[in-house]
Ligand binder design. Structure first.
Ligand SMILES: [Zn+2]
Ligand SMILES: [Zn+2]
Length: 273
């Protein structure tokens, strides 16, 4: 397979390694390209994102690394935009990932991926205990955000399943749950058939989950609709840059895909799985 990853984080947000350390590790692993996707600042304070202050340093640091290692690897400066992002000039970036990480209650914003307790509190407080209503809102919000701008990649489509690995919080085979996911996928695919969906192994290395985002039935649907994929690991450290990538080749094939895409400075490129 082509080794590349466009979803990675550094110490500029909530990653553990510097951009240069990540680049050297990617070269060591035989990557052809590496995209950095620091978390966008939000319109409120958050401790896991870049800030209005350090985002400029992030851009210049990554641009410098791109030049320094150009003979070894193609480095891209991207950003993972959250639906609550603020103060970002999109023209500063080579590409964008559109993601949603939270749901809004009347007087609290809940992270969907911070802890099972916070997600459960959100379901009970905002959605009257209905996990399906929470999921429907999440998928709708994500589709709304993806369709609101010119983005390159759809981030971790079913992030709300992050804690379902060991003791599931809700039933992913529930018919209503599946319907709301498919509806949101269809809205995206109807309007942006060329956008890349990431097959994201982040919760496999961080939570020990056995499957990537999005779930198998969603990936199969994306494939049936002629949608496109890119394999990523949402890496927050050098060790996880290519986590479970070998497995993902067979997994994506089992979902019907024969090709995947990776990002380069000359645009996206296709390769056979
Ligand atoms: Zn994310
Ligand atoms: Zn991420």
């Amino acid at each position: 397979m082509i080794k590349s990853n466009c979803h990675t984080h550094t110490t500029y947000c909530d990653g553990k390694n510097s951009a240069e350390e990540m680049t050297l590790a990617a070269i060591e692993k035989g990557f052809v390209s590496l995209g950095f996707s620091g978390h966008s600042p939000m319109y409120y304070e958050a401790d896991w994102t870049m800030t209005q202050d350090n985002i400029k340093d992030y851009i210049s640091d990554v641009r410098g690394i791109k030049e320094k290692y150009a003979h070894k690897i193609d480095v891209l400066c991207g950003i993972e935009l959250d639906s609550d992002f603020s103060g970002v000039d999109l023209s500063d970036f080579d590409y964008t990932i559109a993601s949603v990480h939270q749901l809004h209650g009347e007087d609290k914003i809940y992270s969907v991926d911070l802890s099972p307790e916070e997600l459960t509190e959100c379901v009970n407080t905002v959605f009257g205990g209905s996990w399906n209503k929470m999921a429907e809102t999440y998928f709708n919000n994500l589709a709304d955000f993806v369709l609101s701008g010119d983005f390159d990649v759809v981030g971790h489509f079913d992030l709300i399943t992050k804690f379902n690995g060991k003791t599931p919080l809700f039933d992913e085979n529930d018919a209503d749950y599946m319907t709301s996911a498919i509806k949101a996928l269809d809205r995206i695919l109807d309007n942006k058939p060329d956008i890349l969906f990431e097959v994201n192994t982040g919760a496999m290395y961080r939570k020990g989950n056995t499957k990537p985002y999005p779930a198998e039935f969603m990936l199969k649907h994306i494939n049936k609709r002629g949608g496109l994929i890119t394999i990523t690991s949402d890496s927050h450290c050098c060790d996880s840059l290519d986590f479970a990538f070998d497995e993902m080749t067979d997994y994506c094939k089992s979902c019907g895909f024969t090709e995947a895409y990776y990002l380069t400075s000359d645009g996206r490129k296709k390769y056979s799985l």
